[in-house]
Design a protein around this ligand. Structure first.
Ligand SMILES: Cc1cc2nc3c(=O)[nH]c(=O)nc-3n(C[C@H](O)[C@H](O)[C@H](O)COP(=O)(O)OP(=O)(O)OC[C@H]3O[C@@H](n4cnc5c(N)ncnc54)[C@H](O)[C@@H]3O)c2cc1C
Length: 349
């Protein structure tokens, strides 16, 4: 049995774990490490500190299936729709620029539920949170992986799914194995940066606008606002509504090196300028997305990059395809086919 480490419990890593379990069943032991306290990565759903308000999606908001992906990824869409994880969007998204044939979906339980669904389908995978990978060393036919807490374990294969700059920060042997062209391609990857705010309101709070989400055109600071519970058509009794705000990319870049605590009041002031009737929230959470969406992905890449064939060291994630649900599915499928090929060779020798 091969022991495979997947680094990152975002959508790509979770789907890799699920597909690996479905395809290779008991031929692999799957271990998932993530540095965060929860799963989801950029598709995570946050709860307010007191738990008395609706949760909020601070990263990804909804899933848009183009006609092509609606067909090629049909099995994923139909699985998620029949499990109730996805449902067609029902609210108005003001200012959404739509292409003919696109279908938008929301997650009634939050975007984090998409990732949790795939993790739960990776039956028997061992998930370890707060496991921050710091270094990788090749030890004969295995990889020794070290984490921030000083732990080290060996694996027969490693899949890295974090944003590319975080891959390049890893110490140890990884960079020694990169060819000059791979290094050049990874260095070319660029991400947008932005801040996100979640405002959690008391149960009696009422919003005076009718949309579920709105793209904002008349602000240099805020580009998107969502009444998160309306967007998801989910209104559990007794829980107050929540609002999500995304800043524009130029604002994100301008304030990138500032503490989020210093940036939060600027965003709030602009929000109340745009929505003067907004009630006062019970609590506010601010998130800095240093690596938000991929602007320039790895060139000529079929969804993954194999750094070492044996023992396998493979990179995946939205930087190897594109930054959305279908990009992560493309990457996970491509990681899977590369990994299956090398693991089958490994197991036959
Ligand atoms: C503000 C925002 C809005 C978006 N809107 C949409 C949208 O509406 N629709 C859509 O489809 N997509 C949207 N996206 C893009 C989408 O969220 C991403 O494409 C997708 O979540 C990427 O998933 P991933 O698994 O590839 O990477 P990630 O989600 O980044 O997962 C990587 C994981 O690796 C972990 N990690 C990093 N370094 C280490 C380490 N050293 N050790 C261990 N773990 C580590 C991280 O904690 C993280 O959980 C949005 C993204 C953002 C930020």
């Amino acid at each position: 049995m091969s022991r495979v480490l997947i680094v990152g419990a975002g959508l790509t890593g979770s789907l890799c774990a699920c597909l690996l379990r479905r395809e290779l069943q008991n031929k692999v032991q799957i271990v998932v490490w993530d540095k965060a306290r929860g799963t989801g990565g950029r598709m995570s759903t946050s709860r307010p500190p007191d738990g008395a308000s609706h949760s909020a999606d601070l990263g990804a908001q909804y899933v848009t299936a183009t006609p092509t992906y609606g067909q090629s990824h049909h099995r994923f869409y139909s699985e998620l729709l029949s499990a109730g994880v996805l449902q067609p969007i029902q609210c108005l998204i003001q200012g959404l620029r739509h292409k003919d044939g696109d279908q938008d979906y929301v997650t009634p339980l939050g975007m984090g539920s998409l990732v949790k669904h795939f993790l739960s389908e990776a039956a028997g995978a061992d998930l370890f949170l707060e496991h921050h990978v710091t270094a990788l060393y090749r030890r004969g036919a295995s990889w020794e992986v070290q984490n921030l807490a000083g732990g080290r374990e060996t694996f027969d294969a490693v899949v890295l799914t974090m944003p590319v700059p975080q891959i390049l920060q890893l110490k140890g042997d990884l960079t020694n194995f990169l060819s000059a062209q791979q290094k050049q391609h990874l260095d070319m990857v660029q991400y947008s940066s932005r801040f996100a705010l979640a405002l959690f309101f008391p149960p009696d709070a009422v919003f005076s606008f009718s949309w579920g989400a709105s793209y904002v055109r008349d602000s240099s600071i805020i580009c998107y606002i969502a009444a998160d519970n309306r967007k998801r058509s989910a209104d559990p009794a007794g829980l107050g509504p929540s609002l999500v705000v995304h800043t524009s990319v130029p604002f994100g870049l301008e304030h990138l090196e500032q503490d989020k605590e210093d940036v939060q009041p600027i965003i709030l002031q602009e929000l109340y300028r745009l929505l003067p009737d907004l009630p006062q929230p019970r609590s506010v959470k601010c998130q800095k997305w240093r690596y938000s969406q991929v602007l320039t992905s790895v060139p000529d890449c079929p969804g993954h990059m194999t750094i070492v064939d044996q023992p396998p060291l493979i990179c995946g994630g939205d930087a190897f395809s594109h930054s959305n649900f279908d990009g992560c599915v493309e990457s996970a499928l491509s990681v899977l086919s590369a990994l299956k090929r090398v693991l089958e060779v490994q197991q036959s020798t």
